[in-house]
Structure formats: C-alpha cells, structure tokens
Design a protein around this ligand. Sequence first.
Ligand SMILES: Nc1ncnc2c1ncn2[C@@H]1O[C@H](COP(=O)(O)OP(=O)(O)OP(=O)(O)O)[C@@H](O)[C@H]1O
Length: 295
Amino acid sequence: MTNDKFISVEAIAKRYPAAGGGQTTIFKNLWLSLPRGEFGCVIGHSGCGKTTVLNILAGLDQPTEGAVIVDGQAIEGTSLDRAVIFQSHALLPWRTVMGNVAYAVSSKWRGWDKAKIRAHAQRFIDLVGLTGSEHKRPSELSGGMKQRVGIARALSITPKIMLMDEPFSALDALTRGSLQDEVRRICLETGQTTFMITHDVDEAMYLADKIYLMTNGPGAVIAEIVENPLPKDRARIDLHRHPYYYGLRNHIVDFLVTRSKTFTSTNPHHDPLQVPVVCPGVADVAPVSLQANAR
Ligand SMILES: Nc1ncnc2c1ncn2[C@@H]1O[C@H](COP(=O)(O)OP(=O)(O)OP(=O)(O)O)[C@@H](O)[C@H]1O
C-alpha cells in the first residue's frame, strides 16, 4: 500500500432492483483514494449516492461490485477502526456525556479499568470543549453540544478513519461554524484521516484537502478531483479574502449547477481511472498579485 492510498475505493458500483424489472445503477466504476492524514470530501446533488458511498466505507453497506481498502485491508463489515458521525448524533439517552464517550472507549479497549477509561474519555471531552458538562445527559444538551459528544465519541476510539455524513447540516449557522472550526483544528492537531460528505460548498472548501465532484445519478461517477489550493492555515472567517477563493468556489458551484447534470453525456470518453485533478482559482490569479497576497 502506498501512503497516498490509505483509503482506496476501487471500482465500486451500487445497483438496486428497478420497479419494472432490471436494475437501477446508483453509481458505477467509482474510484477514489485519499492519503493518510488528509481530509476528503464528496460533494454532489441529493440522490447521487453520497451516503451509500460513506456507508460502504463504514462497512454498513456493501457495494454490488468493487472493493474498498483501508490501510491495506479490504473492508468487511463495521470496525472500530472506522468511526462514523451522522447528521443525527445517535447518543445513548440514558447515559451522560462521560457515559457515552466512556462506553465507546470500553468497547474498543475491553481490558482497561474504569479509571483508565474515564481518563481517556476525558481527554476527548476536553478536546471538543465540553469540559464541565461530563455529567449531563443528552436531553440537557443543545444540538451543537450533542454533535460535540458524537465527535468526542468518534475520536476517542482513535479510528484509522473518521467518516462524517453531513455532520453539521442540522445545526444553526453559528454553531455549524464553530464546530467546523473545532473539527478542522482537531484534524490538523491529530493528523486524523477524515472522509466527509456534504452539500455545502463553503464547508467543503474550508475543511477538505480534496473535494470529489460527483455527477447526478442514476449512473453517477466522480467527474473531477479538486485539490484545494487554499493555504493549510486558512481561517473560516477570512476564507473569502484569499485570491483563490472565488475561482475555487465558482468552479464547484458551476459544476453543481450545470455540469453535474450533463457531464456524462458531454464527456463520453471520461475514464473513471484517470479522473482529472484540478486546482481551480490558481491559474486565474496573476503571479504578481499572488506574491503581493502572500506577504
Ligand atoms: N434500499 C434501497 N433500495 C432502492 N434504492 C435505494 C435504496 N437505498 C437508497 N436507494 C437510492 O439510492 C440513491 C442514492 O441514495 P443516497 O442516500 O446514497 O444519496 P445521497 O447522495 O446521499 O442523497 P442525499 O444527499 O439526499 O442524502 C437514491 O436515489 C435512493 O433512492
């Protein structure tokens, strides 16, 4: 396994029986890879199969064809190596914040004593900014706090990969922004390999190193891989001031608004194994202004 293929999705397809007989192909011949420590994000319209891809990565669903390899091993079912954060936090309502996180920790390290489990859980509760709320039950928490518990729980098992299915979409804008900041900080600090799906262009631009553009279904494919040209130390609040911002954003929005529908018919020779890698925005900015902005 090469380091640039820590996650390797290889020729997966998902088909379901169609109402009138035959089969509906949701997506097909889908290849993508993500290096260790990077943040990948699939963006595409509703119904193209994003959640299905994520569920396959989680081992909650199986592809009709193809395979997914993580750290050199083919995925077969769920594993504590892969943590999933869903849109709804799915916490155990009768357990406290500490209880929810500690339960995940004890599932992974069955031989640990109570004190070790609590100390480990506490580290991750602190990491997501919930220090002082350890004793609270989910009914006493805001939506944002519940999602923080979900993130602490996912990270506490030190998964090889963290999978996020539109994790912030149910939150108000302010909470969503601060949680995006937390997730970005944590991923950079811990080197966590993360794979997320979203509809939100700004979220993808802020969080992801690579953005996989998925065409509309049925028969969806990955059309392009966008290498995020924004600097690693980007901040959410001044993202729009960066000289690459509008070129990058316009490229993704153009894809979603027009090209995602027509891509398959207008690119009959598209090779799913040689998906174009693009770095939008960079070429639009003159070197002089780039240097001026770099200061
Ligand atoms: N069990 C099933 N039987 C038949 N079709 C299904 C089944 N599960 C999902 N699908 C179809 O597969 C397609 C992809 O679903 P999926 O939830 O992966 O899409 P998505 O891109 O995540 O959508 P959204 O953004 O709305 O969540 C949809 O058209 C859905 O109707």
